[in-house]
Write a protein that binds this ligand. Structure first.
Ligand SMILES: [Ca+2]
Length: 524
């Protein structure tokens, strides 16, 4: 019973749910995929039924004892990749082709209701690594600027520090965007505290963003190739025409950044020794602006440069998977592929891709920055051969914030008390492993927009509080700045505000949101 995915125009789903509804091998439309995965409660039950079949091989290595497995772990966190931007989530293969990401779905478990904690970069990255919502910190809206100090408290456990304590080798390659040093960053000096102080042995990083004003890479604890402390800010400009810092070091070339990061990630994997577990946090810069596909992918997509940029991401994923294959490590490695927030409509290249027919956020309303589902819903695929049932789909509501508690569960690390760490991280391991479990695993979930607007989901409901934390939020997003209630079960596009006919639901969700904010944690 295998799932095949056509390389051209259709998806074939072959779990028992789909076999009941579709003849095996019958191509189903993207609309069917979405309807089935978004609204198919029966699909969920039967998908879990498939998980039962795989239950014996899905148990953690220690069997009755929770956790104890020590697989290698690779987290690939794409940047600004919307839910509908890859093939296995319904992107039109005539526009974009993502065979490597689709391969992960064929060999692993694809989630349809995975959510970022924030609809922008830094807060989601903080939440992913720490299991704590970033709005509990000093960062109440937007992202960290290029000179921001390290935002993760060095005393705070992270996924990396937890795994390092268990003997893992750890590395971050790619976009960091969580700050350096203790005050305003001086890039001419050692960048400590930095990733090394929150659990990473090695880093090769784009400090803030693709096209950022630093213009350089960081390797180890310094700007890569730094020759002196001299700054020449008039010498270099970034993609927006703004002056770079002018650091006396090799300047990044935007079109070369993805190949460079890809090579570094693959090289680090190839350096790993058998028998010693490793954790790679790989954060590609695609498909964030500026849209700069390399010569290897330029012109390859019928959706224009934005499609090429998606291809660049997929090519990078393929190189990471190839490095694992070459070392014979794939079967001992858990790979999680996801994105830090939804796609962004802003930009000529994005507009051209949409004009060609691409729906970067699939069926969802809104995009990056917003409080709508399109800001939070992201591709999310877990592959762990022999443990995570291949070719399966899961509709459980999960958050990237859950990664900490879930990894802790399968490696057997005790989760620190909720007052100390991972305050908002729920263990969703049964969903990862396709085991029979009560649903929901997460009784509720808080999401937070770039303007600092809170929303909370529970069951089919989504309550948007509508109060921006940003002093002057953009007028273009004014529709988000008032209270509203949606029934996502019947209105995935958030079209009809039903608060007036559901005052009890509003009162309950409002009270729940307040309680989760006031008591400093939401984990139960
Ligand atoms: Ca992002």
């Amino acid at each position: 019973m295998s799932m095949k995915q056509n390389s051209d125009s259709s998806l074939q789903v072959s779990n028992r749910a789909s076999q009941a509804q579709y003849k095996v091998g019958t191509p189903i439309s993207r609309r069917d995929v979405m309807r089935r995965s978004l609204f198919g409660a029966a699909g969920l039950l039967l998908t879990d039924g498939l998980g039962l079949g795989a239950l014996t091989m899905s148990q953690p290595a220690a069997g009755a004892k929770p956790g104890g497995a020590k697989p290698n772990i690779v987290i690939i966190l794409a940047d600004d990749l919307g839910w509908g931007s890859v093939g296995c989530y319904g992107a039109d293969p005539k526009l974009v082709r993502t065979p490597n990401i689709d391969r992960l779905a064929q060999e692993g478990r694809r989630f349809t209701d995975a959510n970022t904690a924030s609809s922008v970069c830094s807060p989601t990255r903080y939440a992913l690594l720490t299991g704590r919502c970033c709005w509990r910190t000093s960062l109440k809206y937007e992202v960290l600027n290029v000179n921001a100090p390290l935002h993760i408290e060095p005393t705070r456990p992270t996924i990396a520090s937890m795994l390092k304590q268990l003997g893992y080798r750890t590395a971050v390659v790619g976009k960091w965007h969580l700050g350096y040093q203790s005050e305003k960053t001086d890039y001419t000096q050692p960048l400590r505290p930095g990733p090394q102080d929150v659990g990473f042995d090695y880093q090769f990083a784009v400090p803030s963003n693709h096209g950022d004003a630093t213009g350089v890479y960081v390797e180890g604890e310094r700007v890569a190739g730094l020759r002196s402390t001299t700054l020449s800010p008039d010498k270099y400009k970034n993609w927006r025409g703004q002056r770079r810092l002018g650091l006396d070091a090799p300047q990044r070339v935007d079109e070369d950044v993805m190949p460079t990061l890809t090579d570094k990630a693959a090289a680090w994997l190839r350096q790993q020794e058998p028998g010693k577990p490793f954790f790679l946090y790989y954060a590609p810069v695609s498909v964030h602006n500026p849209i700069t596909p390399s010569a290897k992918t330029r012109g390859s997509s019928a959706a224009g440069a934005y499609g090429d940029w998606i291809h660049e991401l997929d090519r990078s994923v393929g190189a990471v998977l190839a490095a694992l294959d070459e070392k014979g490590l794939a079967k001992d490695t858990l790979v999680l592929f996801t994105s830090d927030n939804g796609g962004e409509f802003f930009g000529e290249e994005q507009a051209a891709a949409q004009a060609a027919g691409l729906k970067p956020m699939g069926p969802f309303k809104g995009d990056k920055h917003t409080v709508w589902e399109g800001g939070f819903r992201v591709p999310y695929i877990v592959r762990w051969p022999g443990r995570v049932p291949a070719d399966t789909v899961c509709d459980e509501m999960i958050s990237l914030t859950d990664t900490f508690a879930t990894i802790a569960a399968f490696v057997g690390a005790p989760l620190p008390p909720v007052k100390d760490a991972a305050e908002d991280s729920f263990n969703v391991l049964p969903a990862w492993l396709g085991q029979k479990h009560k649903s929901p695993l997460r009784p509720h979930m808080i999401v937070h927009s770039a303007d600092g607007v809170f929303a909370i989901r529970r069951g089919p409901w989504k309550w948007i509080e509508g109060k921006p934390a940003k002093p002057k939020p953009p007028e273009a997003r004014r529709d988000e700045f008032h209270p509203q209630l949606y029934h996502l079960g019947s209105d995935i596009g958030e079209a009809v505000d039903v608060q007036d006919s559901n005052p009890a639901v509003v009162a309950e969700l409002n009270a729940l949101l307040n309680r989760c904010r006031e008591r400093a944690y939401s984990r139960e």
